[in-house]
Design a protein around this ligand. Structure first.
Ligand code: 3HC
Length: 312
């Protein structure tokens, strides 16, 4: 009965061992959905405390999953899936056997390039490298690696909360090979996700549309057109969105949205996205300066406990 809770699908493009760098919310979620679907996962971060925090995120989320999938054996379900996850702070060891590396560390081009440049010398030649970046160029990150690895390099963009959101965006750079792309389609499908494909462009598909939409919502309150509560209600009940733009801003983090938007201003200068969509918004910058970041700081557009009571 050992494997009774695990997926038995074996078609995952030859990928059985996945190493995830970064044990934050995204990295933990990616490790979890891999483990839940039978991959052998190594979760790596720079400190033991970060790893412990990541394991806690996973345990809590698995509790929610278990309530639906194995209500009579929540502990057993959780234990069985956790058995597929190892942790280490030793990044060289972490990739020794990996078929796939997924990076979900901080959104810094330099830090990501340093990590991948190092891993390129440690991982198997066939190992596929993927970044979960939401705001940087995948191609520029991949260029930290040698030619042959660049063919085995792509973006793999998951959505928050990873265990609940079905989508994954696969980002092909001009160097990504067909076999790498196919292997990523297969493994993400095995992870229970629905893959879509996009070129390496600012925001890929989802954020390219969502970020300007959220920014325009803030401009509406800046102009005094409507209240955040009414705008959220309008988009939830009139357009069927699960969360209106202000709840979503609080959920994603105002700092994250401001960071993406400021990064795109440079890309607007190069003609990759229209300048108008990302022009600065004083209210947003002021809220970020005051530390009103949304759910992560307890207060954003809403007093967060009133909106995200049961959400993790
Ligand atoms: N772990 C496991 N399961 C979870 C979970 C978690 N952390 N969070 C939610 N779930 C599951 C619930 O158990 C539930 O499952 P069920 O339908 O099988 O019972 C399902 O997800 C729905 O959750 P809830 O019933 O608790 O609450 P909601 O119906 O309000 O859904 C939500 C919550 C899924 C977060 C929904 O509000 C939503 O889709 N919001 C929009 C989220 C979104 O747009 N995310 C993308 C942000 S952009 C991004 O991530 C990109 C980045 O680069 C910035």
């Amino acid at each position: 009965t050992l494997h009774r809770h695990l997926s038995t699908s074996s078609s995952s493009g030859g990928i059985e061992r996945m190493t995830v760098f970064g044990a934050g919310l995204m990295g933990a979620g990616i490790a979890q959905v891999g483990a839940q679907n039978g991959l052998k996962v190594i979760l790596s971060d720079v400190t033991d405390q970060a790893l412990q925090n990541g394991l806690q995120i996973i345990t809590k989320s698995l509790g929610r999953v278990a309530k639906k999938k194995a209500p009579d054996d929540i502990e057993g379900f959780t234990r069985e899936i956790m058995a597929n996850i190892e942790t280490t702070t030793d990044s060289a060891k972490a990739v020794e056997e990996a078929d796939l590396v997924v990076e979900a560390i901080i959104e810094s081009l330099k830090v990501k390039r340093d990590l991948f440049g190092f891993l390129d010398t440690k991982a198997k030649e066939k190992c596929i490298f993927a970044t979960n970046t939401s705001s940087l160029s995948v191609t520029e990150i991949a260029e930290s690696c040698g030619q042959s690895r660049q063919a085995n390099f792509a973006g793999l963009h998951f959505f928050n909360p990873v265990p609940a959101m079905k989508l994954v965006e696969i980002i092909r750079t001009p160097h990504t090979s067909d076999s790498t792309y196919e292997a990523l389609r297969a493994v993400t499908t095995r992870m229970g996700k629905a893959p879509v494909t996009c070129k390496d462009t600012p925001g890929f598909i989802v954020n390219r549309l969502l970020v300007p939409y959220m920014l325009e919502a803030i401009r509406m309150i800046e102009r005094g057109d409507a209240t955040p509560e009414d705008i959220d209600q309008a988009m939830e009940l009139g357009a069927g969105y699960p969360m209106g733009p202000f709840k979503l801003l609080d959920f994603v983090g105002l700092d994250t949205t401001a960071y993406i938007s400021s990064g795109w201003r440079e890309k607007a200068a190069q003609g990759q996205i229209s300048e108008e969509l990302v022009r600065p918004i004083p209210i947003l910058d002021e809220m970020v300066k005051q530390g009103r970041l949304g759910r992560k700081s307890g207060k954003g557009f809403y007093d967060v406990s009133s909106v995200f009571g049961g959400l993790d």
